[in-house]
Write a protein that binds this ligand. Structure first.
Ligand SMILES: Cc1cc2nc3c(=O)[nH]c(=O)nc-3n(C[C@H](O)[C@H](O)[C@H](O)COP(=O)(O)O)c2cc1C
Length: 392
C-alpha cells in the first residue's frame, strides 16, 4: 500500500497517512483527516500500513531461547494475514529472565540469526517486524502454562534462582527471590541494551520494552512488589528509576528513525498498588525520554487481583494516558471485532490496536476486517491475484 503522509504533528515526528480511501471518507473541510483502523501511520521513519498489531504472545516453544520454524510460521502467517506490525513475544534479555525454559531469548549472539530470518520474512509481507524485550524477575522459572505454570523450584526440576526488586515471591508459598543489588541492576540494564543491539542487528524496526504484567520492570514500579529503601524504592520517582533508566539507554541506542514502544500495566487492580494516575506520570516521563507509544495493558502483578475482564476493558486506560501524557497509545484486551477496533481509533482512544487471541484463532483477521469494511484486502501477492481472476 502506498502511504501519503498528510500532516506532521508536533508529537515526535508522527504523521498520519490515509492510504485506503475507505471507511472514514475524507472531508476536505477538516484540517486533519479522520483516522480509522485502515489508515496508515508513520512513526519516526517507520510506516505502518494500518492500525492492527499482532500482540506479543509467548509460545513457550524455544530451546535455549532460540527461535525456530514454529515461530517463523506463527509470526509469518500473521504478517501474510495483513497486520501492520508483528510483535515477537516477550524475549528474555538474560537466561534467568525467562518465564519458562521454553521462552524466546536474546541473551547471546546465537539468537540473532534465527530471529533475523523471522524479521526478514515479516517485512517481505509488508508488515513491520517488532520485538518485545523482557525480564520476568520474580515470575521467572516456571513451567509452561499447559503444564500448570507452577514454579520450578529446584535445579533438578529445571528451575533456577530468580531475581527481583525485593525478596517477596509472586505466590506466597513460592521460594523467595534474590533482591538485586546495584551491580545486579547495572547488569540488567546492560542486558537490555545488549539485547536491543542484537534485535536491531536482526532487522527489527520496532523495539518494545516490557514493563507490564508483573514482570521485572513492573515489579520495580509497583509498591506491592518493591519494598526497597534505596534509590530504586519508596517514592514514585524512585520506583520509576530503573524502567526509565533502561528506556533512556534503549532510546540512546535505537536509531532516531526507529520507534521505541513500552508496554505497561496501567493498574495492578489491587489496593495500594500501581494505578492509572501513576501510569500517566510514568508515560509523561517515558515521552520525555523519547518513547513513542505506550502499549496499555493491565494486571499481572499479584495473583489475587479483581479484574473486570470484558470487551475492551483496558481501552479507557489507553485513552487516559493518551490524553494525560500526550503520547500515542496502543489499546489491547478483548478487542475482537473489527467495528469495535475501528471505533477505538476513530474515537481517539488509541492509535494502534493490539490483537492477541483473536489472531491466534484467525491469522487472517486483518484481511477479513478489510473485507468487512469494503477496503481492498492486502492479500499476499500469490493469493490476491487468484481472487481477482475469479471475480472476472
Ligand atoms: C498465549 C499468550 C501469550 C502471551 N504472551 C505475552 C507476551 O509475551 N508479552 C505480553 O506483553 N503479553 C502477552 N500476552 C498478552 C497479550 O499480548 C494480550 O495483551 C492479551 O492476550 C489480551 O489481548 P487479547 O484479548 O486480544 O488476547 C499473552 C497472551 C496470550 C494469550
Amino acid at each position: 500500500m502506498a502511504h501519503e503522509p498528510t500532516q506532521t504533528h508536533d508529537d515526535g515526528g508522527v504523521s498520519n497517512a490515509k492510504a485506503h480511501g475507505g471507511i472514514a471518507d475524507s472531508d476536505h473541510d477538516r484540517e486533519f483527516p479522520e483516522d480509522d483502523l485502515f489508515s496508515g501511520l508513520t512513526v519516526r521513519d517507520v510506516s505502518f500500513r494500518n492500525r492492527i498489531v499482532m500482540s506479543p504472545m509467548c509460545q513457550y516453544s524455544s530451546e535455549e531461547g532460540l527461535a525456530n520454524d514454529w515461530h517463523l510460521v506463527h509470526l509469518g502467517s500473521r504478517a501474510a494475514g495483513g497486520v501492520a506490525l508483528v510483535m515477537v513475544e516477550a524475549t528474555a534479555v538474560t537466561r534467568d529472565g525467562r518465564i519458562s525454559p521454553g521462552d524466546m531469548g536474546i541473551w547471546g549472539e546465537q539468537h540473532v540469526e534465527p530471529l533475523a530470518r523471522i524479521a526478514r520474512f515479516v517485512e517481505t509481507q509488508g508488515a513491520v517486524a517488532g520485538i518485545q524485550l523482557a525480564h520476568a524477575g520474580r515470575k521467572a522459572s516456571c513451567e509452561p502454562p499447559w503444564k500448570g505454570g507452577h514454579r520450578l523450584r529446584t535445579p533438578e526440576s529445571g528451575g533456577w534462582t530468580v531475581v527481583a526488586p525485593s525478596a517477596e515471591p509472586f505466590n506466597e508459598d513460592d521460594p523467595l527471590s534474590e533482591p538485586l543489588d546495584e551491580a545486579g541492576i547495572d547488569g540488567i540494564t546492560d542486558a537490555f541494551e545488549a539485547a536491543a543491539r542484537r534485535a536491531l542487528a536482526a532487522g527489527f524496526r520496532v523495539i518494545e520494552l516490557h514493563s507490564a504484567h508483573g514482570y521485572l520492570l513492573h515489579q520495580f514500579l509497583s509498591p506491592l512488589s518493591n519494598h526497597r529503601t534505596d534509590q530504586y524504592g519508596g517514592s514514585l520517582e524512585n520506583r520509576m528509576r530503573l524502567p526509565l533508566r533502561i528506556a533512556r539507554r534503549l532510546r540512546d541506542l535505537v536509531p532516531a528513525g526507529l520507534p521505541l514502544f513500552v508496554r505497561i500495566s496501567a493498574t495492578d487492580w489491587a489496593d495500594g498498588g500501581w494505578d492509572i494516575n501513576q501510569s500517566v506520570v510514568f508515560a509523561r516521563h517515558l515521552k520525555e525520554v523519547g518513547v513513542d507509544l505506550i502499549d496499555v495493558s493491565s494486571g499481572g502483578l499479584v495473583p489475587k487481583a479483581h479484574i473486570p475482564v470484558g470487551k475492551g476493558f483496558q481501552v479507557t486506560f489507553a485513552r487516559k494516558i493518551r490524553d494525560g501524557a500526550g503520547i500515542m497509545t496502543g489499546a489491547v484486551g478483548l478487542i475482537t471485532e473489527p467495528r469495535h477496533a475501528n471505533e477505538i481509533v476513530t474515537g481517539g482512544d488509541a492509535d494502534l490496536i493490539f490483537v492477541g487471541r483473536e489472531l491466534l484463532r484467525d491469522p487472517y483477521w486483518a484481511l477479513k476486517a478489510q473485507h468487512e469494511f469494503d477496503v481492498e484486502p492486502a492479500w499476499p501477492l500469490a493469493y490476491g491475484h487468484a481472487f481477482k481472476r475469479r471475480t472476472k
